[in-house]
Design a protein around this ligand. Structure first.
Ligand code: PAF
Length: 280
């Protein structure tokens, strides 16, 4: 059965009040729609852990750096609702913009430090947009648990920091990246790739796996990076925003593998920015 879609905060609160009264735990999976298997795996993780599951779909204008990116973001609500059918979620919350940012809305949440590097360096204010909308979604849904993909690992760390700093009583759960058969990390942005670009896209993950193997053999990023970047560019990517090894907790820069290290990459392919990260 397709889960009911709720568009207003009042309607959402009426429903969650009933669940709360019954003593049910609530899990939320915040999304911007254009759902793929990665999102569905989050919904399933929520389903397994919580009595009630809400998936939110809101294309958050505050986290886009340019209007054309916001305009071209895929919007596939009916399709998304159908895809969620198999996961057994209880409610899909699709707020209209005024339910999130009503007239006069004037608050911005900034998480310092974690947002200076990686995607934060090339997408100014992006994480302010994320750190502002996510607590609203937590509080509106009154969720006990919130599920995020490790695909957006920096976002996961930013959300964890924000929830801790603001004393929001939610447990943030990170779930593994889901990949296509050829290794490409699933992302709503993959829909924007042309057929030709889609064939080239898995090269990013392939090079990252090779870097991982070299790091585990004792090589340093300083030694590996020039050749690895050249391979990515030769494969057809036009620009590399970053290819860096960082600590998985505080995201500080590393040159060598150590427990908890992660390799992060962002690169442009035919006008589409792809990101990926793997544990090393
Ligand atoms: O990862 C996303 O889809 C978005 O950044 C999120 C967490 C739903 C906030 O808008």
């Amino acid at each position: 059965m397709i889960a009911p879609i709720e568009r207003t905060l009042a309607g959402l609160r009426a429903q969650t009040a009933i669940w709360r009264k019954a003593g049910d735990t609530i899990g939320v999976v915040p999304t911007m729609g254009a759902l793929h298997q990665g999102h569905l795996s989050l919904a399933r993780a929520a389903r397994a852990a919580c009595d009630r599951v809400i998936v939110t779909i809101f294309v958050n204008p505050k986290q886009f750096n340019n209007p054309s990116d916001l305009d071209s973001y895929p919007r596939t609500e009916q399709d998304d609702a159908r895809k969620l059918e198999s996961t057994g979620v209880d409610l899909i919350y699709v707020p209209s913009p005024d339910q999130i940012y009503p007239e006069g809305f004037a608050t911005t949440v900034t998480v310092a430090g974690l947002t200076d590097m990686l995607c934060g360096a090339t997408r100014p204010r992006h994480f302010d947009g994320v750190a502002t909308v996510v607590p609203k979604l937590f509080l509106q849904t009154s969720a006990d648990f919130a599920f995020f993909g490790e695909k957006d690992y920096q976002q996961l760390q930013v959300v964890r920091r924000m929830a801790t700093d603001l004393d929001i009583p939610v447990t943030v759960v990170g779930c593994p990246t889901i990949r296509e058969e050829d290794g490409l990390a699933m992302s709503s942005r993959n829909l924007l790739l042309s057929d030709r670009a889609r064939i080239k896209a898995p090269m990013l993950a392939e090079v990252m796996q090779d870097i991982r193997a070299q790091l585990l053999n004792g090589a340093t990023m300083a030694q590996i990076t020039p050749d690895a970047k050249a391979r990515i560019l030769t494969a057809g990517f036009t620009k590399i925003d970053y290819l860096e090894l960082r600590d998985g907790d505080d995201l500080s820069l590393l040159d060598q593998a150590k427990p908890g290290a992660r390799l992060f990459a962002a690169a442009w392919l035919a006008g589409v920015r792809l990101i990926d990260n793997i544990a090393v």
